[in-house]
Ligand binder design. Structure first.
Ligand SMILES: Cc1ncc(COP(=O)(O)O)c(C=O)c1O
Length: 431
């Protein structure tokens, strides 16, 4: 059984999100609808930031906006004092639009084009490179002495993740620079005239094991010390990445963030600051900040008994929330208007896309679902809207921000005309 906790509430069998009725939101704004709780985003930021800050004051959280790049969400995090981890030029553009200072942005691309590197350099953001040879490419489009800060993504040779295929370090992954080439990277960068150095890693996502964080951080801190000695540079910052997990399944436990922060900062002091170096410690979480602040509301339009299964057809599918189809990931689903009903049937919830992988859950015990019911797909705030697509020519859904019982539309649902977009049909084909 899923335990309903803030920002969710069970009021007489009906789901409320940050004080707003899910049924009312579905009626007012239509479905599918992404609902984000402002209170929960702020709480998540403060809990995580506070846990690290109290052990090491020269610390900064850079929110990984790939998890959720809605401008309202970005503005909330700017007010909280966050920096931003950008993974693409348009994320730099959006972060600046949300009012972040250039000095609070870090751009981590991979397999970059020269234009992307130029864009990041022209916008004066710190640049994180995913390969040694990219440093020469960057120097070909920007004056090294003018680049605000330079960093390399280190691959410590190990990674971890929750149940899903979200490991992003180790010998076989596409990311980062392995131990045997990392010193060369900094030597080359120093020779080219870059300055203001950092080092970064991002080894996996949705990790719930607290002990993993100090273990992998120790490898990074040892490597940073080696580079410092061998290359003769001082690091301005050391970034241990994101990956802080969130329970998606009823039996999973919260990550002990207090323990993670204590263990990581203890290692940081032992390996880095006690040796005379005074860099800033960074983390760049995405999921932890926004995941459980978001709920996807979707209405049941058609229920079909196939003879072997009860298929519950809803208006959100893999085009709206890709994670179940992409990773087979689990999202808890509540019937928003039947919270007090006992679970008594097994259903598969499916979207409307023309793919058999288009499901939000398979063979799940739920209350008796009927057409017209509203389902609430939980933990939809991270990698939800940002991974949605136009597949089957379905317009992107609306997003609403809720806060202490008030709701505001923060992204209008797309129209059919929006989907036509910038397409043009050559004259000769219009006859
Ligand atoms: C470079 C980088 N930083 C940070 C993140 C955020 O990860 P998470 O949402 O697991 O905290 C990701 C996610 O893929 C990433 O690729």
């Amino acid at each position: 059984m899923w335990k309903i906790e803030p920002p969710l509430e069970n009021r007489n069998g009906e789901l409320f999100i940050d004080g707003c009725s899910a049924m009312q939101l579905a009626k007012q704004y239509g479905t599918p609808l992404y609902v984000m709780s402002e209170t929960r985003i702020r709480d998540n930021y403060r809990r995580l930031n506070g846990a690290f800050q109290k052990h090491y004051a020269n610390f900064k959280l850079y929110y990984a906006m790939k998890a959720n790049s809605n401008l309202a969400v970005l503005n909330i995090l700017r007010q909280e004092g966050s920096g931003i981890d950008c993974s693409a030029p348009c994320e730099i553009f959006l972060a600046l639009k949300a009012g972040f200072k250039k000095t609070d942005l870090l751009y981590t691309g991979n397999y970059n084009t020269l234009d992307e590197l130029r864009y990041a350099a022209e916008n004066n953001v710190t640049i994180n490179l995913d390969d040694v040879s990219l440093v020469d490419k960057l120097a070909s489009v920007a004056d090294p002495a003018g680049v605000a800060g330079l960093c390399f993504r280190f691959n410590p040779g190990m990674g971890d993740s929750g149940m899903e295929k979200l490991v992003c370090a180790g010998p076989d992954v596409k990311f980062g620079i392995l131990e045997n080439r990392i010193v060369d990277a900094y030597q080359r960068a120093k020779k080219l005239g870059f300055r203001n150095f950092g080092i970064h890693m991002m080894t996996g996502s949705n990790i719930l094991n607290a002990k993993y964080f100090p273990k992998v951080a120790e490898i990074l801190f040892n490597t940073a010390s080696t580079i410092r000695q061998k290359v003769g540079i001082e690091f301005s910052f050391i970034n241990i990445g994101g990956g802080f997990g969130v329970p998606y399944k009823p039996n999973e436990k919260n990550l002990d963030i207090e323990a993670v922060a204590k263990m990581v900062t203890d290692k940081f002091k032992e390996k880095i600051t006690d040796t005379g170096s005074k860099p800033r410690l960074l983390i760049e979480p995405g999921r932890y900040i926004v995941c459980d602040a978001g709920v996807l509301l979707t209405r049941v339009h058609h229920v079909k008994n196939t003879g072997t299964k009860k298929m519950v057809g809803v208006d959100a599918g893999m085009n709206t929330l890709l994670r179940p189809a992409l990773y087979n990931s689990y999202h808890e689903i509540l019937v928003a208007n039947k919270l007090n009903e006992k679970q008594h049937e097994i259903v598969t919830v499916t979207g409307q896309a023309c793919e058999n992988t288009d499901h939000l859950c398979r063979d799940r015990a739920m209350p008796k679902v009927a057409e017209g019911d509203v389902l609430a797909v939980l933990n939809a705030g991270a990698y939800g809207f940002t991974m949605s697509s136009h597949y089957n020519s379905r317009p992107l859904s609306a997003e609403v921000l809720v806060h202490n019982g008030e709701s505001e539309l923060v992204r209008e649902a797309e129209s059919f005309e929006d989907l036509v977009g910038k397409q043009e049909v050559p004259q000769r084909l219009q006859k």
